[in-house]
Design a protein around this ligand. Structure first.
Ligand code: PLP
Length: 381
């Protein structure tokens, strides 16, 4: 059976060019990047080349890039690292209610350690309230952490303005850009970003590699003890092959940015239009305009999303009920709850996320199946 994959927000396949770039570093160029001999120096060179590619594609300097094992680790390092290093200045952090668990649970841990965290509300489209942000700032606020784009509903936050507010108040600004990198062109200076998290497997690099941008001069501490890798901020022998993959992936995706952006936007808008034209009830979640190019999130009253996903799976269709990370969690998604959805609507929500290899024919197949499956599920209830 042909697999039709519409879950690129959960993960993406490794692209051919990325795989080819990585292969030599598993068996030929396998040196430890800290070793002095030429085999080690070759790995070090590849590592620094990847760092340069990441930096160039977000308007940063190479020395501001730190490699990690994933987006979650980047978020932990960004938030705990700045909180610990700046605790003499204050103990207050501001974030939002719709962040990924990598941010929310990091904040919860910090609360147990004596930090105070404000979780901002969002409106029905998922935008944070800028007025509430300004009103939440205290003399002891040291960090604002707001995601660039939401992983479930795709809403893109007003990052430039948030950064401006942070800097006006002398506060560090971190953004979890795990869903945005590759989908939106980001320049850290234009967007007033001090720290930015990314994860390779969301843009055609493998799982298990991420990066954190930290603006030069920002005070942050390591959170993992060990060797002196990554300028003493992230201990552990560097995962050279995957870091090379991440460097190649970010370069590839931004080289063809306009093409992919247009393609994903067209597929998304076509899907949204076709779903809204169907003869069943539906509600689009997230902002219609300011949303990730490949994201479409609909709630279907009377539908159990788990049942829908299983029926789609039988047709070879991969999609998601919310975020992959909350699968197995019986509670309705915290993001859908925060935008005001009832439990019933939240539990009838389907997230579709398109990728660069999807075609219009794939989308037609998806729409045709939804038009058959959804009324049959509703009828059964
Ligand atoms: N932040 C966001 C917004 C995400 O969507 C994800 C993963 O889905 C993460 C962080 C965590 O990234 P990783 O899976 O690389 O740990």
């Amino acid at each position: 059976m042909k697999i039709r994959y519409f879950d690129h927000a959960a993960t993406t396949p490794v692209s051919d060019t990325v795989l080819q770039a990585m292969l030599p570093y598993f068996q030929l160029e396998y040196g430890n990047a800290s070793s002095m001999y030429s085999l080690g120096r070759a790995s070090k060179k590849a590592l620094e080349e990847a760092r340069r590619k990441v930096a160039n594609n977000i308007g940063a300097n190479s020395k501001e890039i730190y490699f990690t094992s994933c987006g979650s680790e980047s978020d932990n390092l960004a938030i705990k690292g700045t909180a610990y290093a700046n605790k003499e200045k204050g103990n207050h952090i501001i974030t939002s209610k719709i962040e990924h668990p990598a941010v929310l649970n990091t904040c919860k841990t910090l609360e147990k350690q004596g930090f105070e965290v404000t979780y901002l509300n969002v409106d029905k489209n998922g935008f944070i309230d800028l007025e509430q942000l300004v009103n939440s700032i205290k003399p002891q606020t040291i960090l604002i952490s707001i995601m660039f784009a939401n992983n479930e509903i795709g809403t893109i936050e007003p990052i430039k303005k948030i950064g401006e507010i942070a800097h006006k108040n002398n506060i560090i600004f971190h953004t979890d850009s795990v869903q945005a990198i590759g989908n939106i062109k980001i320049n850290v200076n234009e967007y007033n970003i001090d720290l930015l998290s990314m994860s390779g497997h969301k843009f055609y690099a493998p799982k298990g590699v991420g990066a954190l941008y930290v603006r030069e001069g920002i005070n942050f501490e390591k959170i993992q003890d060990g060797g002196h890798q990554e300028k003493d901020k992230r201990a552990g022998t560097e995962n050279v092959a995957e870091i090379v993959g991440l460097g190649k992936a970010i370069e590839d995706i931004y080289q063809e940015y306009e093409k992919y952006n247009e393609k994903l936007t067209n597929l998304r808008d076509y899907y949204i239009e076709q779903i809204e034209k169907s003869n069943f009830d539906c509600k689009l979640n997230g902002d219609r305009k300011n949303r990730l190019p490949g994201n479409a999130n609909f709630s279907f009253p009377g539908v159990n999303a788990q049942e829908l996903l299983l029926a789609l799976d039988e047709k070879g269709i991969c999609a998601s009920a919310g975020s992959a990370c909350s699968t197995g969690n019986p509670l309705p998604s915290h993001v859908l709850t925060a935008i005001g959805l009832s439990k019933e609507l939240a539990n009838g929500t389907l997230r579709v996320s398109f990728g660069k290899d999807n075609t219009k024919e794939d989308v037609d197949f998806l729409i045709q199946n939804l038009r058959e499956i959804i009324p049959s599920i509703i009828q059964k209830q």
